[in-house]
Design a protein around this ligand. Sequence first.
Ligand code: 4AD
Ligand code: MG
Length: 476
Amino acid sequence: MERQEIKTLLQDPPIGSQVTVMGWVRAWRGNRFMVLNDGSGPETLQVVVDGNRIDEATLRGIGFHACVSATGVLTESQGSGQSVEVIADSVTIFGENELSRYPLQPKKQSMEFLRDNAQFRMRTNTFSSVFRVRHGLAYAVNKYFHDRGYYNLHTPIITGNDAEGAGEMFRVSTLDPLNPPKTEDGQIDYRQDFFGKATNLTVSGQLQAEIGALALGKVYTFGPTFRAENSNTSRHLAEFWMIEPEIAFADLENDMELAEDFVKYLINYCLEHYAGDLEYLDARIQEAEKNMKATDRRPMGLIDTLKFVVGNDFARVTYTEALDILMRSKAYKKGKFEFPLEWGTDLQAEHERYLVEKHFQRPVIVRDYPKDIKAFYMRQNDDGKTVAAMDVLFPYIGEVIGGSQREEREDKLRQRMHEMNIHAEELDWYLQLRTFGGCPHAGFGLGFERIVQFITGMGNIRDVIPFPRAPRLAQF
Ligand code: 4AD
Ligand code: MG
Protein backbone atom coordinates (compact mmCIF):
# COMPACT_ATOMS: atom_id res chain seq x y z
CA MET A 1 0.00 0.00 0.00
CA GLU A 2 1.19 3.50 -0.66
CA ARG A 3 0.03 6.64 1.02
CA GLN A 4 1.20 10.10 2.05
CA GLU A 5 1.08 11.03 5.70
CA ILE A 6 -1.01 14.09 6.45
CA LYS A 7 1.62 15.68 8.70
CA THR A 8 4.24 15.47 5.94
CA LEU A 9 1.82 16.60 3.23
CA LEU A 10 0.95 19.75 5.14
CA GLN A 11 4.55 20.69 5.87
CA ASP A 12 5.24 21.48 2.23
CA PRO A 13 2.02 20.81 0.28
CA PRO A 14 2.66 19.52 -3.27
CA ILE A 15 -0.20 21.54 -4.78
CA GLY A 16 -1.46 20.06 -8.04
CA SER A 17 -0.18 16.52 -7.47
CA GLN A 18 -2.15 13.38 -7.02
CA VAL A 19 -2.02 12.10 -3.44
CA THR A 20 -3.43 9.18 -1.48
CA VAL A 21 -4.25 9.65 2.18
CA MET A 22 -5.56 7.05 4.62
CA GLY A 23 -7.04 7.65 8.02
CA TRP A 24 -10.11 7.97 10.22
CA VAL A 25 -12.94 10.37 9.57
CA ARG A 26 -13.09 13.03 12.26
CA ALA A 27 -16.05 14.84 10.72
CA TRP A 28 -18.38 14.38 7.74
CA ARG A 29 -20.21 17.53 6.72
CA GLY A 30 -22.94 18.18 4.19
CA ASN A 31 -22.42 14.79 2.53
CA ARG A 32 -19.42 16.39 0.82
CA PHE A 33 -16.62 17.39 3.20
CA MET A 34 -14.71 14.63 4.91
CA VAL A 35 -12.17 15.65 7.57
CA LEU A 36 -9.44 13.03 7.90
CA ASN A 37 -6.80 12.43 10.55
CA ASP A 38 -4.23 9.65 10.24
CA GLY A 39 -2.49 9.98 13.61
CA SER A 40 0.74 11.36 12.14
CA GLY A 41 0.05 14.66 13.89
CA PRO A 42 -2.80 16.76 15.22
CA GLU A 43 -3.45 18.18 11.73
CA THR A 44 -6.48 17.10 9.73
CA LEU A 45 -6.93 17.18 5.97
CA GLN A 46 -10.20 17.98 4.26
CA VAL A 47 -11.24 15.72 1.40
CA VAL A 48 -13.95 16.96 -0.95
CA VAL A 49 -16.16 14.03 -1.95
CA ASP A 50 -18.26 14.81 -5.02
CA GLY A 51 -21.45 12.72 -5.23
CA ASN A 52 -21.20 12.73 -9.03
CA ARG A 53 -17.83 10.98 -8.97
CA ILE A 54 -18.15 8.66 -5.99
CA ASP A 55 -20.77 5.93 -5.89
CA GLU A 56 -23.69 5.83 -3.49
CA ALA A 57 -22.54 2.81 -1.44
CA THR A 58 -19.15 4.36 -0.73
CA LEU A 59 -20.76 7.66 0.24
CA ARG A 60 -22.96 5.81 2.70
CA GLY A 61 -19.90 4.17 4.27
CA ILE A 62 -18.33 7.50 5.19
CA GLY A 63 -19.01 8.54 8.79
CA PHE A 64 -17.52 9.41 12.16
CA HIS A 65 -14.37 7.34 12.82
CA ALA A 66 -14.85 5.18 9.72
CA CYS A 67 -11.47 4.19 8.24
CA VAL A 68 -10.97 5.28 4.63
CA SER A 69 -8.50 5.85 1.84
CA ALA A 70 -8.92 8.79 -0.54
CA THR A 71 -7.04 9.59 -3.74
CA GLY A 72 -7.20 12.87 -5.60
CA VAL A 73 -5.45 16.10 -6.47
CA LEU A 74 -4.21 18.32 -3.66
CA THR A 75 -5.52 21.83 -4.32
CA GLU A 76 -5.62 25.16 -2.60
CA SER A 77 -8.78 25.29 -0.57
CA GLN A 78 -11.67 27.58 -1.53
CA GLY A 79 -13.20 27.43 1.91
CA SER A 80 -11.94 28.93 5.14
CA GLY A 81 -10.47 26.85 7.95
CA GLN A 82 -7.90 24.98 5.88
CA SER A 83 -5.31 25.99 3.32
CA VAL A 84 -5.35 22.87 1.16
CA GLU A 85 -7.75 20.05 0.42
CA VAL A 86 -7.97 16.91 -1.67
CA ILE A 87 -10.54 16.70 -4.46
CA ALA A 88 -11.26 12.99 -4.35
CA ASP A 89 -11.20 10.90 -7.53
CA SER A 90 -11.77 7.74 -5.57
CA VAL A 91 -12.58 6.74 -2.01
CA THR A 92 -12.19 3.26 -0.51
CA ILE A 93 -13.79 2.32 2.79
CA PHE A 94 -11.48 0.08 4.82
CA GLY A 95 -13.68 -0.12 7.86
CA GLU A 96 -17.22 1.15 8.14
CA ASN A 97 -18.31 2.37 11.51
CA GLU A 98 -21.85 1.72 12.59
CA LEU A 99 -22.45 4.73 14.79
CA SER A 100 -25.45 3.25 16.60
CA ARG A 101 -23.23 0.49 18.02
CA TYR A 102 -19.93 2.42 18.34
CA PRO A 103 -19.01 3.32 21.92
CA LEU A 104 -17.67 6.79 21.04
CA GLN A 105 -19.98 9.47 19.69
CA PRO A 106 -19.18 12.74 17.92
CA LYS A 107 -19.69 14.85 21.05
CA LYS A 108 -17.86 15.61 24.31
CA GLN A 109 -17.35 12.47 26.36
CA SER A 110 -16.08 12.18 29.91
CA MET A 111 -12.52 11.13 30.68
CA GLU A 112 -13.84 8.21 32.76
CA PHE A 113 -15.94 6.97 29.86
CA LEU A 114 -13.00 7.20 27.48
CA ARG A 115 -10.77 5.36 29.96
CA ASP A 116 -13.26 2.49 29.99
CA ASN A 117 -13.13 2.50 26.20
CA ALA A 118 -9.38 2.75 25.82
CA GLN A 119 -9.59 0.61 22.66
CA PHE A 120 -10.79 3.77 20.92
CA ARG A 121 -9.69 6.71 23.06
CA MET A 122 -6.50 7.32 21.08
CA ARG A 123 -8.70 8.31 18.13
CA THR A 124 -9.78 11.45 19.97
CA ASN A 125 -7.90 14.73 19.54
CA THR A 126 -6.95 14.89 23.19
CA PHE A 127 -5.57 11.39 23.59
CA SER A 128 -3.77 11.28 20.25
CA SER A 129 -1.98 14.49 21.24
CA VAL A 130 -1.16 13.15 24.71
CA PHE A 131 0.36 9.96 23.35
CA ARG A 132 2.36 11.73 20.67
CA VAL A 133 3.80 14.00 23.35
CA ARG A 134 4.48 10.96 25.54
CA HIS A 135 6.45 9.40 22.71
CA GLY A 136 8.39 12.62 22.14
CA LEU A 137 9.32 12.72 25.81
CA ALA A 138 10.51 9.12 25.81
CA TYR A 139 12.74 9.92 22.85
CA ALA A 140 14.01 13.11 24.49
CA VAL A 141 14.91 11.21 27.68
CA ASN A 142 17.16 8.86 25.75
CA LYS A 143 18.59 11.67 23.63
CA TYR A 144 19.39 13.82 26.65
CA PHE A 145 21.38 11.13 28.39
CA HIS A 146 22.98 9.66 25.28
CA ASP A 147 24.20 13.10 24.16
CA ARG A 148 25.83 13.58 27.57
CA GLY A 149 27.65 10.27 27.74
CA TYR A 150 25.32 8.29 29.99
CA TYR A 151 24.77 4.59 29.39
CA ASN A 152 21.29 3.11 29.45
CA LEU A 153 21.11 0.21 31.87
CA HIS A 154 18.31 -2.37 31.75
CA THR A 155 17.59 -3.29 35.35
CA PRO A 156 15.45 -6.30 36.28
CA ILE A 157 11.68 -6.20 36.55
CA ILE A 158 11.56 -9.24 38.82
CA THR A 159 13.76 -8.87 41.88
CA GLY A 160 14.16 -10.11 45.45
CA ASN A 161 14.89 -6.62 46.81
CA ASP A 162 12.67 -3.87 48.13
CA ALA A 163 14.71 -0.90 46.94
CA GLU A 164 12.62 1.67 48.77
CA GLY A 165 12.13 -0.41 51.91
CA ALA A 166 8.48 0.60 51.96
CA GLY A 167 7.02 -2.89 51.55
CA GLU A 168 4.68 -1.87 48.76
CA MET A 169 5.46 -4.74 46.44
CA PHE A 170 3.59 -7.10 44.15
CA ARG A 171 4.65 -10.67 44.86
CA VAL A 172 5.83 -12.76 41.91
CA SER A 173 5.28 -16.46 42.50
CA THR A 174 4.42 -19.67 40.67
CA LEU A 175 3.37 -21.47 43.85
CA ASP A 176 -0.17 -22.82 44.02
CA PRO A 177 -2.02 -20.08 45.91
CA LEU A 178 -4.51 -22.59 47.29
CA ASN A 179 -1.93 -25.01 48.54
CA PRO A 180 1.51 -23.44 48.93
CA PRO A 181 4.34 -25.45 50.50
CA LYS A 182 4.91 -24.48 54.13
CA THR A 183 8.00 -24.29 56.31
CA GLU A 184 8.08 -25.98 59.70
CA ASP A 185 6.82 -22.87 61.42
CA GLY A 186 3.86 -22.55 59.03
CA GLN A 187 5.18 -19.79 56.74
CA ILE A 188 4.97 -20.09 52.95
CA ASP A 189 8.16 -21.82 51.84
CA TYR A 190 9.49 -19.61 49.07
CA ARG A 191 12.59 -21.78 48.82
CA GLN A 192 10.37 -24.06 46.75
CA ASP A 193 9.20 -21.19 44.53
CA PHE A 194 10.40 -20.60 40.96
CA PHE A 195 13.44 -18.53 41.94
CA GLY A 196 14.12 -20.40 45.18
CA LYS A 197 13.32 -17.25 47.14
CA ALA A 198 10.57 -14.67 47.56
CA THR A 199 10.48 -12.27 44.62
CA ASN A 200 8.47 -9.23 43.63
CA LEU A 201 8.03 -6.73 40.82
CA THR A 202 10.59 -3.96 41.14
CA VAL A 203 9.70 -0.68 42.84
CA SER A 204 12.85 1.00 41.49
CA GLY A 205 15.97 0.14 39.48
CA GLN A 206 18.16 2.36 41.64
CA LEU A 207 20.13 -0.20 43.61
CA GLN A 208 21.17 -1.97 40.40
CA ALA A 209 21.82 1.40 38.72
CA GLU A 210 24.34 2.08 41.50
CA ILE A 211 26.23 -1.02 40.35
CA GLY A 212 26.32 0.50 36.86
CA ALA A 213 27.42 3.95 38.03
CA LEU A 214 30.30 2.51 40.07
CA ALA A 215 31.74 1.01 36.89
CA LEU A 216 30.46 2.99 33.91
CA GLY A 217 30.46 6.37 35.66
CA LYS A 218 27.10 7.66 34.45
CA VAL A 219 24.09 5.45 33.75
CA TYR A 220 20.32 5.77 33.60
CA THR A 221 17.44 3.34 33.68
CA PHE A 222 14.08 3.88 31.99
CA GLY A 223 11.63 1.14 32.78
CA PRO A 224 8.36 0.12 34.36
CA THR A 225 8.12 0.09 38.15
CA PHE A 226 5.35 -1.25 40.33
CA ARG A 227 3.92 -0.08 43.61
CA ALA A 228 1.18 -1.82 45.52
CA GLU A 229 0.31 1.31 47.47
CA ASN A 230 -3.41 1.70 47.80
CA SER A 231 -3.42 5.29 46.55
CA ASN A 232 -6.50 6.14 44.56
CA THR A 233 -5.33 9.60 43.53
CA SER A 234 -4.88 11.54 40.31
CA ARG A 235 -1.06 11.27 40.71
CA HIS A 236 -0.54 7.59 41.55
CA LEU A 237 -0.38 4.51 39.39
CA ALA A 238 0.33 0.93 40.43
CA GLU A 239 2.46 0.54 37.28
CA PHE A 240 4.42 3.57 36.15
CA TRP A 241 7.60 4.29 34.23
CA MET A 242 10.58 5.79 35.93
CA ILE A 243 13.82 7.33 34.69
CA GLU A 244 16.68 6.91 37.15
CA PRO A 245 20.05 8.46 36.38
CA GLU A 246 22.87 7.45 38.72
CA ILE A 247 26.26 9.18 38.69
CA ALA A 248 29.59 8.46 40.31
CA PHE A 249 31.69 11.30 41.75
CA ALA A 250 28.59 13.39 42.47
CA ASP A 251 27.00 15.00 45.50
CA LEU A 252 23.55 16.43 46.16
CA GLU A 253 24.41 19.74 44.45
CA ASN A 254 25.34 17.92 41.24
CA ASP A 255 22.18 15.86 41.55
CA MET A 256 19.93 18.94 41.82
CA GLU A 257 21.69 20.61 38.91
CA LEU A 258 21.16 17.55 36.73
CA ALA A 259 17.50 17.26 37.75
CA GLU A 260 16.71 20.88 36.89
CA ASP A 261 18.61 20.82 33.61
CA PHE A 262 17.01 17.51 32.60
CA VAL A 263 13.36 18.46 33.15
CA LYS A 264 13.88 21.83 31.47
CA TYR A 265 15.36 20.02 28.48
CA LEU A 266 12.33 17.72 28.29
CA ILE A 267 9.92 20.65 28.37
CA ASN A 268 11.91 22.57 25.76
CA TYR A 269 12.01 19.51 23.54
CA CYS A 270 8.21 19.33 23.55
CA LEU A 271 7.78 23.07 22.99
CA GLU A 272 10.03 22.78 19.95
CA HIS A 273 8.85 19.51 18.42
CA TYR A 274 5.24 19.10 19.54
CA ALA A 275 3.96 22.66 19.26
CA GLY A 276 0.79 21.66 17.40
CA ASP A 277 -0.19 19.09 20.01
CA LEU A 278 0.55 21.49 22.87
CA GLU A 279 -1.52 24.21 21.21
CA TYR A 280 -4.44 21.82 20.99
CA LEU A 281 -4.05 20.76 24.64
CA ASP A 282 -3.70 24.39 25.73
CA ALA A 283 -6.92 25.36 23.96
CA ARG A 284 -8.68 22.36 25.46
CA ILE A 285 -7.83 23.50 29.01
CA GLN A 286 -8.94 27.07 28.33
CA GLU A 287 -12.23 25.73 26.98
CA ALA A 288 -12.75 23.56 30.08
CA GLU A 289 -11.92 26.49 32.36
CA LYS A 290 -14.56 28.76 30.84
CA ASN A 291 -17.15 27.43 33.28
CA MET A 292 -14.89 27.58 36.31
CA LYS A 293 -14.60 30.14 39.07
CA ALA A 294 -11.68 32.49 38.47
CA THR A 295 -9.91 31.15 41.57
CA ASP A 296 -10.00 27.59 40.17
CA ARG A 297 -8.50 28.56 36.84
CA ARG A 298 -4.80 28.27 36.12
CA PRO A 299 -3.01 31.60 36.40
CA MET A 300 -1.42 30.96 32.98
CA GLY A 301 -2.19 28.89 29.91
CA LEU A 302 -0.41 25.59 29.35
CA ILE A 303 2.26 26.78 26.93
CA ASP A 304 2.92 29.92 28.95
CA THR A 305 3.34 27.77 32.07
CA LEU A 306 5.85 25.54 30.27
CA LYS A 307 7.79 28.56 29.01
CA PHE A 308 7.77 30.05 32.47
CA VAL A 309 9.19 26.87 34.02
CA VAL A 310 12.07 26.63 31.54
CA GLY A 311 12.78 30.35 31.76
CA ASN A 312 13.20 30.61 35.54
CA ASP A 313 15.47 29.08 38.16
CA PHE A 314 13.81 26.58 40.46
CA ALA A 315 13.58 27.76 44.06
CA ARG A 316 15.74 25.79 46.51
CA VAL A 317 15.01 25.35 50.21
CA THR A 318 15.78 22.89 52.94
CA TYR A 319 12.97 20.87 54.47
CA THR A 320 13.38 22.88 57.68
CA GLU A 321 13.02 26.18 55.80
CA ALA A 322 10.01 24.83 53.90
CA LEU A 323 8.34 23.82 57.14
CA ASP A 324 8.99 27.27 58.52
CA ILE A 325 7.37 28.92 55.49
CA LEU A 326 4.36 26.63 55.78
CA MET A 327 3.87 27.16 59.49
CA ARG A 328 4.04 30.92 59.09
CA SER A 329 1.54 30.91 56.21
CA LYS A 330 -1.97 32.33 56.44
CA ALA A 331 -3.29 29.01 55.14
CA TYR A 332 -1.79 27.19 58.13
CA LYS A 333 -2.94 29.76 60.67
CA LYS A 334 -6.46 29.63 59.29
CA GLY A 335 -6.47 25.84 59.52
CA LYS A 336 -6.66 25.38 55.74
CA PHE A 337 -4.33 22.35 55.69
CA GLU A 338 -5.87 18.96 56.29
CA PHE A 339 -2.66 17.25 57.41
CA PRO A 340 -0.63 18.28 60.48
CA LEU A 341 2.73 20.02 60.23
CA GLU A 342 5.50 19.31 62.65
CA TRP A 343 9.25 18.88 62.16
CA GLY A 344 9.68 15.26 61.14
CA THR A 345 6.38 14.72 59.31
CA ASP A 346 6.34 14.24 55.55
CA LEU A 347 5.06 17.07 53.36
CA GLN A 348 1.68 16.23 51.88
CA ALA A 349 0.51 17.21 48.39
CA GLU A 350 -1.38 20.22 49.84
CA HIS A 351 1.83 21.51 51.46
CA GLU A 352 3.88 20.93 48.33
CA ARG A 353 1.33 22.74 46.21
CA TYR A 354 1.21 25.66 48.63
CA LEU A 355 4.99 26.08 48.43
CA VAL A 356 5.03 25.89 44.64
CA GLU A 357 1.81 27.59 43.57
CA LYS A 358 1.32 30.14 46.33
CA HIS A 359 4.63 30.92 47.99
CA PHE A 360 7.36 30.59 45.36
CA GLN A 361 5.14 30.49 42.25
CA ARG A 362 7.65 28.32 40.42
CA PRO A 363 9.09 24.80 40.78
CA VAL A 364 10.82 24.18 44.09
CA ILE A 365 13.56 21.78 45.14
CA VAL A 366 13.27 20.78 48.78
CA ARG A 367 16.40 19.18 50.28
CA ASP A 368 17.70 17.71 53.54
CA TYR A 369 14.62 15.85 54.72
CA PRO A 370 14.38 14.20 58.15
CA LYS A 371 16.05 10.80 57.89
CA ASP A 372 13.10 8.94 59.40
CA ILE A 373 10.77 9.69 56.49
CA LYS A 374 13.31 8.72 53.81
CA ALA A 375 14.86 5.53 52.47
CA PHE A 376 17.78 3.69 54.10
CA TYR A 377 20.29 4.39 51.31
CA MET A 378 20.33 8.19 51.59
CA ARG A 379 23.50 9.86 52.85
CA GLN A 380 23.30 11.03 56.45
CA ASN A 381 24.02 14.69 57.03
CA ASP A 382 26.34 15.83 59.82
CA ASP A 383 23.42 17.11 61.94
CA GLY A 384 22.46 13.48 62.65
CA LYS A 385 18.82 14.29 61.88
CA THR A 386 18.57 14.82 58.15
CA VAL A 387 19.70 13.09 54.95
CA ALA A 388 21.00 14.45 51.62
CA ALA A 389 17.68 13.94 49.86
CA MET A 390 15.90 16.24 47.41
CA ASP A 391 12.44 16.34 45.88
CA VAL A 392 11.53 18.48 42.86
CA LEU A 393 8.02 19.88 43.24
CA PHE A 394 5.94 21.16 40.34
CA PRO A 395 2.72 23.15 40.10
CA TYR A 396 -0.49 21.05 40.03
CA ILE A 397 1.46 17.79 40.34
CA GLY A 398 3.62 18.13 43.44
CA GLU A 399 6.60 15.75 43.47
CA VAL A 400 7.92 14.87 40.02
CA ILE A 401 11.42 13.86 41.10
CA GLY A 402 12.82 12.23 44.20
CA GLY A 403 16.55 11.75 44.60
CA SER A 404 19.51 11.74 46.93
CA GLN A 405 23.20 11.45 47.45
CA ARG A 406 23.79 7.83 48.45
CA GLU A 407 25.40 6.71 51.69
CA GLU A 408 28.83 5.57 50.51
CA ARG A 409 30.24 4.98 54.04
CA GLU A 410 29.78 1.31 54.81
CA ASP A 411 29.54 1.65 58.58
CA LYS A 412 26.91 4.39 58.37
CA LEU A 413 24.89 2.41 55.84
CA ARG A 414 25.02 -0.76 57.95
CA GLN A 415 23.95 1.12 61.03
CA ARG A 416 21.01 2.73 59.19
CA MET A 417 19.89 -0.59 57.72
CA HIS A 418 20.02 -2.10 61.18
CA GLU A 419 17.91 0.75 62.61
CA MET A 420 15.38 0.32 59.83
CA ASN A 421 15.22 -3.45 60.15
CA ILE A 422 16.65 -4.16 56.70
CA HIS A 423 18.56 -7.43 56.61
CA ALA A 424 22.17 -6.95 55.62
CA GLU A 425 22.44 -10.53 54.24
CA GLU A 426 19.85 -9.75 51.56
CA LEU A 427 21.73 -6.68 50.38
CA ASP A 428 25.23 -8.03 50.77
CA TRP A 429 26.05 -7.16 47.16
CA TYR A 430 24.88 -3.59 47.78
CA LEU A 431 27.09 -3.26 50.85
CA GLN A 432 30.05 -4.65 48.91
CA LEU A 433 29.83 -1.64 46.58
CA ARG A 434 30.96 0.34 49.66
CA THR A 435 33.58 -2.12 50.87
CA PHE A 436 35.35 -2.39 47.54
CA GLY A 437 36.19 0.69 45.49
CA GLY A 438 33.21 2.85 46.34
CA CYS A 439 32.90 6.62 45.91
CA PRO A 440 30.46 9.47 46.52
CA HIS A 441 27.55 9.06 44.12
CA ALA A 442 24.04 10.36 43.63
CA GLY A 443 20.95 9.95 41.50
CA PHE A 444 17.24 10.53 41.25
CA GLY A 445 14.03 9.12 39.88
CA LEU A 446 11.71 11.06 37.58
CA GLY A 447 8.16 9.72 37.43
CA PHE A 448 7.60 9.63 33.68
CA GLU A 449 3.82 9.91 33.84
CA ARG A 450 4.04 12.85 36.22
CA ILE A 451 6.12 14.88 33.77
CA VAL A 452 3.85 13.82 30.88
CA GLN A 453 0.92 14.96 33.01
CA PHE A 454 2.52 18.32 33.70
CA ILE A 455 3.47 18.95 30.07
CA THR A 456 0.10 17.92 28.62
CA GLY A 457 -1.90 19.56 31.41
CA MET A 458 -4.00 16.44 31.93
CA GLY A 459 -5.79 16.36 35.26
CA ASN A 460 -5.49 12.63 35.94
CA ILE A 461 -2.37 10.51 35.63
CA ARG A 462 -4.52 7.65 34.30
CA ASP A 463 -5.01 9.66 31.14
CA VAL A 464 -1.33 9.92 30.20
CA ILE A 465 -0.49 6.19 30.13
CA PRO A 466 -2.15 4.10 27.42
CA PHE A 467 -3.38 1.36 29.77
CA PRO A 468 -3.43 2.51 33.40
CA ARG A 469 -3.02 0.15 36.33
CA ALA A 470 -4.45 1.32 39.65
CA PRO A 471 -6.40 -0.26 42.52
CA ARG A 472 -9.28 -2.25 40.94
CA LEU A 473 -8.18 -1.20 37.47
CA ALA A 474 -6.45 -3.70 35.20
CA GLN A 475 -8.55 -3.67 32.05
CA PHE A 476 -6.74 -4.28 28.74
O1 4AD B 1 10.48 9.20 45.24
P1 4AD B 1 10.55 7.81 44.68
O2 4AD B 1 9.87 6.73 45.45
O3 4AD B 1 12.12 7.50 44.53
C1 4AD B 1 12.67 6.33 44.12
O4 4AD B 1 12.08 5.36 43.73
C2 4AD B 1 14.18 6.40 44.09
N1 4AD B 1 14.69 5.02 43.99
C3 4AD B 1 14.61 7.25 42.94
C4 4AD B 1 16.12 7.37 42.84
O5 4AD B 1 16.70 8.09 43.64
N2 4AD B 1 16.72 6.70 41.88
O6 4AD B 1 10.00 7.80 43.21
C5 4AD B 1 10.57 8.64 42.23
C6 4AD B 1 9.48 9.35 41.44
C7 4AD B 1 8.59 10.24 42.27
O7 4AD B 1 9.18 11.51 42.45
C8 4AD B 1 7.34 10.30 41.42
O8 4AD B 1 7.50 11.25 40.38
C9 4AD B 1 7.29 8.94 40.80
O9 4AD B 1 8.59 8.39 40.88
N3 4AD B 1 6.35 8.06 41.49
C10 4AD B 1 5.15 7.70 41.00
N4 4AD B 1 4.53 8.01 39.84
C11 4AD B 1 3.32 7.48 39.62
N5 4AD B 1 2.68 6.65 40.47
C12 4AD B 1 3.27 6.30 41.66
N6 4AD B 1 2.64 5.45 42.49
C13 4AD B 1 4.57 6.83 41.96
N7 4AD B 1 5.41 6.70 42.99
C14 4AD B 1 6.50 7.44 42.69
MG1 MG C 1 9.58 10.32 46.72
